[in-house]
Design a protein around this ligand. Structure first.
Ligand SMILES: Nc1ncnc2c1ncn2[C@@H]1O[C@H](COP(=O)(O)OP(=O)(O)O)[C@@H](O)[C@H]1O
Ligand SMILES: C[C@@](O)(CCOP(=O)(O)O)CC(=O)O
Ligand SMILES: [Mg+2]
Length: 330
């Protein structure tokens, strides 16, 4: 049995635009998904995922009953929910040259699902690491990142960047531009996260931006402008200029808003953070609902968010310099 864990992330800058080759800077945070994998004697997969509830049903997914998954919801919903785990299993089988390997899998996560904190990348990355180790294969963080990217690409219908998976695999702050992924020096940043309790569908939101970009030249220009904001953000990061970083985060949020991926509750939380004196605030991840990230070294933003309509939870997040790692091996 092997347990591996991998961190979630916030985007300081660049989500969505990164899908079209612009640079992005995600930062791993100390909230992890843990995946435990135990090889079976047969070729079956059994998944226990406490946090994955579909229409209120907790998922206990197994492919060993003739009637399909062992839950009381439509199979298509289960497949959508379980897609990342399935894709991680395929990657682990492929890496070990064991196409028929069966596993019992348990997923536990501190990362809200579909909220822009990269739960899918963390689960996929930890799953591939634990699955390959259980089969006696040890991959480097970069190899896990590559396979996790292929898995996300498959589940998200060919629409994914390397940003989430590389960040989750290596930890720290990273810079991703197309296939070029590298670690970045970053000062300790005072992240505050606001969560509206909701979720957005990454695949659908990415498809929406693609459609806008194809329909309007100014939407394509907006995507390129996000790239310009990221390049300025890199300079501010190198200079440790937190006030400038905040300004640029505000700008980045405005451009994402223009691309239609914000929501009323995300905007309310962004404004509450700015009113409370945060250096800046923006949505993180695909949007549609979920989380915002603000920079504030004081408690003001967290307190203000707690009283903001639409905000369900507000918490601080520390940069996690650790990427994917083994927690337990028997
Ligand atoms: N704890 C978990 N257990 C099982 N699957 C999970 C878990 N967390 C995330 N996932 C998978 O990731 C999907 C959410 O990913 P996504 O829409 O990309 O949002 P995000 O990556 O921002 O959290 C879920 O629908 C599910 O398939
Ligand atoms: C919108 C996007 O840039 C980030 C999605 O992040 P998340 O899955 O919402 O955490 C898509 C991608 O980079 O694959
Ligand atoms: Mg995701």
């Amino acid at each position: 049995m092997v347990v591996s864990s991998a961190p979630g992330k916030v985007y300081l800058f660049g989500e969505h635009a990164v899908v079209y080759g612009e640079p992005a800077v995600p930062c791993a945070i100390e909230r992890r998904a843990r995946v435990s994998v135990e090889a079976r004697d047969d070729d079956r997969i059994r998944v226990h995922a406490e946090d994955l509830s579909l229409n209120g049903f907790t998922v206990e997914y197994s492919d060993d009953s003739d009637g399909g998954p062992d839950v009381d919801v439509a199979e298509s919903l289960v497949q959508a929910g379980i897609g990342y785990i399935d894709a991680a299993v395929e990657q682990a089988r492929d890496a070990a040259g064991r196409p028929d390997a069966g596993f019992d899998i348990t997923v536990e996560s501190e990362i809200p699902l579909g909220a822009g904190l990269g739960s899918s990348a963390a689960v996929t990355t930890a799953g591939i690491d634990a699955g390959t180790r259980e089969l006696g294969v040890e991959l480097s963080a970069e190899e896990v990142a590559e396979r996790a990217y292929q898995a996300e690409l498959e589940v998200q219908n060919g629409e994914a960047s390397r940003a989430d998976t590389f960040c989750s695999a290596t930890g720290g702050a990273v810079r991703v531009e197309g296939d070029d992924c590298r670690a970045m020096d970053a000062p300790d940043l005072p992240f505050v996260i606001g969560f509206d309790g909701g979720a957005g569908d990454t695949g659908e939101l990415v498809a929406g931006v693609r459609a806008l970009r194809e329909e309007y030249d100014f939407a394509a220009d907006t995507v390129e402008s996000i790239g310009d904001v990221v390049r300025s953000g890199e300079e501010a990061l190198a200079a440790g200029d937190v006030a400038e970083l905040g300004e640029l985060m505000n700008f980045n949020h405005g451009l994402l808003e223009a691309l239609g991926v914000s929501s009323r509750s995300l905007d309310q939380m962004v404004w509450a953070a700015r009113d409370a004196g945060a250096h800046g605030a923006k949505l993180t991840g695909a949007g549609g609902g979920g989380c915002i990230v603000a920079l504030d070294p004081t408690d003001s933003t967290q307190t203000a968010l707690r009283y903001t309509p639409g905000c369900e939870d507000a918490f601080r997040a520390e940069l996690d310099t650790d990427g994917v790692r083994v927690e337990d091996e028997e």
